[in-house]
Design a protein around this ligand. Structure first.
Ligand code: NAP
Ligand code: SF4
Length: 674
């Protein structure tokens, strides 16, 4: 019998499924990476999964694979429908099975979310997030789709997978059959709930029949649709029982359709917010259940299991951020976990832009073969200037390769722009990245010199010099910009200066939005799950279908105007998958957006602007300047004068639209080359 873990007894308890046993209760949730569609992508995919398996995760669920062409998420996306496709999957399963980890293939039919002209659905109703109108499946089409699911499962089995996950949530095809608003059929697949839920149960039955008893079938069940007209709680329970009876092994939780306008995984969602719904279902069925969404650190994961919410926990993005999450937790090194901060910037935003996924805090993710970060042939002395994200990432990666690194930071603590980001409401997770870097610097014996600006002579003694000196806020060049009402975003967010009750924010980029969010909330206020649910209209009492109710009226702390010169939509440069959340938060806090403006002057009355030929004075107490950045390159100029070579990375290299993703990526690339 396995020994009980002293700190995480629930997480590390093996799960006996009767015919197979999982080594722990941690499931790596399905996450499309884009490697699936790359040339020779399966070798890369295999290395990506293998590294997570080496990190001791109990069960991996692959990214979604379509059972037929109509089920593609986008044209030519991954599909498993013929024997010819089996061998490439073998590369993955063989490599993973050299470890103790099990792996299931997710079968995902996108239905009306398919971004292509062949998409199908129960009824020809277009999704609000897709321009393609689906074709309604004929009865014969429904039957053959069920058969395609079963065939895909059978092929998965022959490819060596330990099981499949049937994607029944997030608003994809199966979900579209279950819910009346997307299923208007009058045949045996539509009408009352018994008929609408026939499609998922027949899929599970057909799959079980085809794969036999000793094969894992996970059903991802939408426990909380978060859309108007979504399933009622009674329907969720009835379906779960039917799925159990049909032969599923495990039920995983699905939270929110993709078209729902409630955040479910973004960083501002408090950790483990949605586990209550899995806990409710736990009272109704006997199958092992998996809780999910915004679980990213071991203590939450253990708590979810200890409180009996579920039998397993699922994490997807946390395994992009740190492939060794489980092993670090098991050996008592949770402080070394590189925590997923829920930003979506390098994972989901990449996928939705047709780029291969990676991770902002771990640029090696999905590049395990190309970027092995091998030990350097010659150990060099490296001086890194600047302890923001770029300098930190470069110092750690260079030290990991065996170089001797000294990091100079002029402030009294490391962090740079991340210290500011961590003060924004809903971005508290950034403190975890700083904790991770602190641990790494100590572990890798990087010499950290705080409150130190090195001289040219000091730097000249190093084999390599890296300047990650970052950016400084752009100063506004209009009459009155030195007025006492004017403050920079740095002064605001660091708490150095306080804003009045009426505030104009100049610049509607990422930082303008952050500054506005900061102004609307009391300093240090972090919403707990209950407050978050009230503010977004999530009903724990499940009185309406979909689990939604009217959102609570918000009480912003200040009256805020957000301005930009361009006439485009404010926040157009924000992340694809999170921009709508930031816009929504500001709108609901009654922030006034003013676009196409010209800044004229600032005086005791406030900010004078011109908009559509009209001159307006915004009578504000404070003007916060978020007008972009300029590179901090004074030291670079001094090195140039002394004709000493150096590497420039992050904002110091290119200040325009610098973000942490690019800064960390550049730092990592440089460290890999030095
Ligand atoms: P940014 O996105 O480049 O925005 C700068 C803003 O300042 C623009 O709205 C620009 O709009 C305005 N501006 C530029 N020059 C100006 C001038 N001379 N006078 C007045 N206004 C001027 O830069 P940022 O907001 O500083 O953000 C920096 C980076 O961090 C960006 O890449 C951003 O994406 C990233 N970031 C992202 C997030 C997020 O996704 N949530 C949060 C924080 C930061 P107009 O020219 O139209 O006035
Ligand atoms: Fe998490 Fe951001 Fe990395 Fe995605 S990019 S895995 S959200 S830290």
């Amino acid at each position: 019998m396995a020994e009980t873990h002293p700190h995480y007894p629930h997480l590390f308890e093996p799960l006996d499924l009767g015919f197979t046993t999982l080594q722990n209760r941690i499931l790596m949730g399905s996450m499309h990476t884009g490697l699936e569609e790359e040339r020779n992508g399966f070798k890369k995919l295999a290395s990506y999964y293998r590294e997570r398996a080496d990190g001791e995760v109990g069960l991996i669920v692959t990214g979604g694979v379509a059972p037929n062409r109509a089920g593609w998420v986008f044209p030519f996306s991954s599909r498993l429908a013929s024997k010819a496709q089996v061998s490439k999957h073998r590369i993955v399963t063989d490599l993973v099975h050299e470890t103790g980890t099990k792996i299931c293939l997710q079968i995902l039919h996108s239905g009306r979310y398919g971004y292509h002209p062949f998409c199908v659905a129960p009824s020809a109703i277009r999704a609000p997030i897709n321009r393609f109108r689906p074709k309604a499946l004929s009865e014969k089409g429904v039957r053959s789709t069920i058969d395609d699911f079963a065939r895909c499962a059978e092929l998965s089995q022959s490819a060596g997978y330990d099981g499949v996950e049937i994607m029944g949530s997030e608003g994809y095809l199966i979900n579209q059959f279950i819910v009346e608003k997307t299923n208007r059929r009058s045949d045996r697949w539509g009408g009352d709930f018994a008929h609408r839920s026939r499609f998922p149960t027949e899929i599970v039955e057909a799959v079980r029949k085809r794969v036999g008893d000793d094969f894992i079938i996970i059903f991802r069940l939408s426990m909380l649709d978060l859309v108007k007209g979504g399933s009622s709680w009674d329907e969720v329970v009835t379906l779960a029982k039917a799925i159990q009876k049909a032969g599923a092994t495990i039920i995983n939780s699905g939270i929110g359709w993709h078209e729902a306008r409630i955040p479910t995984i973004a960083t501002m969602v408090p950790r483990a917010t949605f586990t209550w719904v899995t806990a409710l279902l736990k009272k109704e069925v006997d199958l092992p259940l998996v809780a999910t969404n915004r679980i990213n650190m071991p203590d939450e994961a253990e708590r979810v299991l200890a409180e009996g919410c579920s039998d397993m926990v699922s994490m997807a993005r946390p395994f992009l951020a740190d492939p060794h999450w489980v092993r670090k937790t098991r050996v008592g090194k949770k402080q070394e976990i590189n925590t997923c901060i829920g930003c979506n910037q390098a994972c989901l935003d990449h996928i939705f832009s047709k780029k291969t996924a990676s991770c902002l805090v771990n640029p090696r993710a999905c590049r395990e073969l190309e970027a092995p970060l091998a030990v350097a042939e010659v150990s060099k002395s490296i001086g890194v200037v600047g302890g923001g994200p770029a300098g930190l990432a470069c110092s750690c990666a260079a030290a990991e390769r065996g170089h001797r690194v000294t990091l100079f930071e002029k402030a009294s603590e490391i962090g740079g722009q991340f210290l500011l980001a961590a003060n924004i409401p809903g971005k508290e997770e950034f403190t975890e990245t700083l904790r991770y870097f602190r641990e790494q610097l100590a572990k890798l014996q990087v010499e950290v010199k705080l409150k130190t600006e090195p001289t040219v002579e000091t730097l000249a003694a190093f084999d390599e010099i890296v300047l990650a000196t970052g950016v400084r806020p752009r100063v506004l060049a209009i009459e009155g910009s030195d007025h006492e009402k004017v403050i920079s975003y740095q002064e605001l967010i660091s708490g150095q200066k306080e804003a009045g009750k009426r505030v104009a924010v100049i610049g509607a980029g990422g930082i303008g939005f952050d500054a506005a969010a900061y102004l609307l909330h009391a300093t240090g206020s972090t919403p707990d799950p209950d407050q978050f649910m009230a503010e977004w209209g999530i009903d724990r009492d499940y009185r309406n279908g979909g689990g939604i109710c009217a959102a609570a009226e918000l009480e912003p702390l200040r009256e805020v105007f957000l301005l930009q010169r361009k006439a485009t939509r404010p926040g157009a440069t924000l992340g694809k998958t999170t921009g709508w959340i930031h816009r929504s938060v500001l709108k609901r806090n009654r922030v006034k957006f003013l676009v196409g403006v010209r800044y004229l002057s600032i005086d005791d009355h406030g900010l004078k602007i011109e908009q559509q030929g009209e001159t307006i004075t915004l009578e504000v107490d404070t003007i916060v300047v978020c007008a972009g950045q300029e590179a901090e390159i004074a030291l670079a100029s001094r090195l140039d004068e002394a004709e000493i070579g150096y590497h420039l990375i992050g904002g110091a290299r290119r200040a325009a639209e610098v973000d942490a993703k690019r800064a960390i990526f550049e730092a990592f690339e440089l460290a890999d080359e030095m």
